[in-house]
Ligand binder design. Structure first.
Ligand code: GAL
Length: 684
């Protein structure tokens, strides 16, 4: 999939809402943005009524007038389609366009994203507004790209309207053809759920103990994703008819119950991401690592974005305090923190950074969601920081188009992500391992990628990585297994955790000996398994004299065949002495089957033992408070150092490197200021 942003330099933008301000401010605002290095704005994504104030009456003057000023000032524009906020006239006349709670109560007008993707009338009215807008505005010379809707599946990613039930039935008819096949796939014989007519099937509804058939919920999640992808596709097809040759189509994400890879492949040129690292404050403080590492959690999201678009844009980068009047109380970025967040995005592959928003809104739910400027619009510290960032971006011109270098990969796939949302057994191992591996990667300075297994994934895409973790591939298919076998037989090293291979594509458990379809590749037989009992404490496996925690759940293992050997043995619990880690040689590569979930410490041991930890240790030494990443292009390598703490830190350059901010060679110990960043070019 080559859905990357193609930029020849790094550039800045902001989100602007002409409809929120008196026209007399427009020109001055745009000129001030340009003076401070902001070259692009995104507009119009909620402004349906400015173009269609009443049903079927279209008027283009408002944005014509604004775009004229953009043209005169030289501001570039990304134009948004307004379907995230259907107007009051629409939802009042056509309530079937509204989303509903699981109990069927409609979400009424007054907030946003209150529509559902499957209402026929909403689809028609959306098509018409997108067509009118694209036809009229696309030729405008200031426009360089399009944003579809706004944050598809944000706020609500479950849909329970009547239109959704009708569309769900169609989705299922297409998928299963017959009710017999559906009953079989959903295991409806359990608890007497057998369906005898399509009309008996609904999107999930309120049930006793919230215990909706899990195989149905898995299909429902696929259906929600399919609905969002089709809605984006419908808009993309229209925009493509009118768009100028070099203009792009994107949308901003990333949100759940949505196959963002499929959506990007079908409908977008590349993905953009909305990055608000301060959300991490709302997620609590990591007891072990303190608040300093909060912002850094966002690197995990950026890793997700990179898996879709190796180079991408940030459509909304946090530039002020966060808050709705109804929720969230996140602080204003401290001096240097906006630069840190910007460079965090760039370090992961963002070549376009657009701040949310120019001036803080004086009305509505988002009066506390601060932009660069406060309400008065006066010059301030954050605007000065934007200007400084712009100066840095100019120095980093050549970084554009370079891609992140990972030392290993973590495999993901949507079926397993969605299964782990609905299945608490799956969720608890998955959560532990995803966090554990990410933290180990960050804190040992061993950069990682996510790789999504899709129907189109080729073994070459996997072969780039010497080591791949696929922590808990609960749902397996023949196609995935074949790909993994190819990867290993060509020389890859695959690391699997407990609970692998016990479900099929429907989410039903298999009758096979575990890990099911992966028994041959892993040379492993799971003879017994259990959650770790609460009174058990931590369970460890001895691996060459190192005690490795096997967290949450334990598979008890036996090696199968001549190429498999036990390399780790449980040293705790009643199963002490039983194999807990098996290594199997397969073709030119090998597979490790580990009997637990991966904590940070466990993942660190794997990175060490597999010889991939800290690939830049000969070049640089940084404390654990800093993240380092490398982007490379045409043999050139750019090393980013990000200090996430409010304290200065010391780093050690072991080779002479070129500090790109100052265009000066540096070596030895360097102090980096609080929230400071550096970008070095690594010399050959
Ligand atoms: C994003 C959204 C923006 C704005 C911002 C602050 O999720 O795309 O429109 O709402 O958050 O809440």
């Amino acid at each position: 999939m080559n859905k990357a942003l193609k930029a020849d330099r790094l550039s800045l933008g902001t989100c602007y809402y002409p409809e929120h301000w008196d026209k007399s401010l427009w020109r001055e605002d745009l000129l001030r943005m340009l003076e401070n290095g902001i070259e692009t704005i995104r507009i119009a994504e909620f402004a349906w009524s400015k173009v269609e104030p009443t049903e079927g009456n279209f008027t283009f003057e408002f944005f014509d007038e604004f775009l004229e000023i953009a043209k005169e000032t030289g501001m570039k524009v990304i134009f948004g389609t307004p379907t995230a906020t259907p107007p009051a006239w629409l939802t009042t006349k056509y309530p079937e366009s509204l989303n509903a709670t699981m109990d069927g109560v409609l979400y009424r007008h007054g907030a946003r994203r209150h529509y559902n993707y499957n209402s026929k009338i909403y689809q028609e009215l959306s098509k018409r507004i997108v067509e009118k807008i694209a036809e009229h505005y696309a030729p405008h010379e200031s426009i360089i790209g399009w944003q579809i809707d706004n944050e598809l599946n944000c706020e609500k990613n479950e849909f329970y309207s009547e239109s959704d039930t009708i569309a769900f039935r169609e989705f299922l008819k297409n998928k299963y053809q017959t009710l017999e096949a559906l009953n079989q796939a959903w295991g409806t014989t359990f608890w007497n759920q057998t369906y005898t007519a399509w009309e008996e099937i609904f999107v999930p509804r309120t049930t006793i103990s919230n215990a909706t058939n899990p195989h149905e919920v898995l299909d429902y999640t696929r259906f929600v994703s399919d609905s969002a992808c089709r809605f984006a596709g419908m808009q993309s097809e229209i925009i493509k008819k009118y768009i100028k040759r070099d203009d792009f189509i994107t949308t901003n994400g990333l949100f759940g119950n949505l196959d963002n890879h499929r959506m990007t492949e079908e409908s977008l040129d590349f993905m953009t991401y909305d990055s608000y690292p301060n959300f991490a404050y709302c997620m609590g403080t990591d007891p072990e690592h303190g608040t300093d590492l909060n912002d850094r959690k966002w690197s995990r999201n950026l890793t997700e974005v990179r898996s879709i678009s190796p180079t991408f844009g940030i459509m909304e980068q946090q530039s002020g305090a966060n808050g709705w009047n109804t929720a969230m109380e996140a602080p204003t970025p401290r001096p240097g923190q906006m630069t840190l967040w910007t460079m965090q995005s760039v370090a992961h592959g963002a070549d376009y950074i657009s701040y949310f928003r120019w001036r803080t809104c004086t009305m509505g739910t988002e009066i506390y969601w601060h932009g660069i400027l406060d309400y008065s619009g006066r010059d301030n510290r954050r605007l000065r920081e934007v200007k400084e960032i712009y100066e840095k971006m100019k120095k980093l011109k050549d970084v554009a188009g370079s891609v992140y270098e990972a030392a290993f990969g973590v495999i993901k796939d949507y079926d397993n992500i969605w299964d782990s949302q609905l299945d608490v057994w799956h969720k608890s191992v998955e959560k532990t391992s995803q966090e554990g591996i990410f933290k180990a990667s960050q804190l040992t300075h061993t950069p990682m990628d996510y790789i999504y297994l899709r129907e189109t994934t080729r073994v070459e895409e996997l072969a780039k990585y010497p080591v791949l973790f696929y922590p808990h591939a609960t749902i397996l298919t023949d196609q995935k297994v074949k790909l993994l076998e190819e990867y290993v037989s060509y020389g890859g090293c695959l690391v699997l955790g407990c609970r692998t291979g016990y479900k099929d594509e429907t989410g039903k458990c298999v009758l096979l000996k575990l890990p099911g379809l992966l028994q041959p590749l892993t040379g492993t037989d799971v003879t017994e398994y259990s959650f770790i009992a609460p009174d058990e404490g931590k369970v460890y496996i001895d691996w060459d004299g190192v005690k490795v925690e096997a967290a949450v759940f334990n598979d008890l293992l036996q090696p199968l065949g001549a190429d498999a050997k036990t390399v780790g043995t449980y040293v705790s619990s009643y199963y002490a002495g039983c194999p807990g880690l098996i290594e199997n040689r397969y073709g030119k590569g090998k597979v490790y089957y580990f009997g637990g979930a991966f904590t940070e410490e466990t993942a660190k041991v794997f990175l060490e033992f597999l010889g991939i930890a800290a690939p830049y240790k000969e070049i640089i030494s940084v404390p654990k408070e800093c993240e380092i990443t490398v982007r490379s292009k045409n043999g050139k390598k750019y090393l980013f150092v990000l200090n996430y703490t409010k304290k200065p830190v010391a780093i050690l350059l072991k080779q002479t490197l070129n500090n790109l901010y100052e265009d000066k060679e540096e070596k030895g110990e360097i102090e980096i200021e609080p929230y400071g960043t550096r970008v070095y070019e690594i010399k050959k």
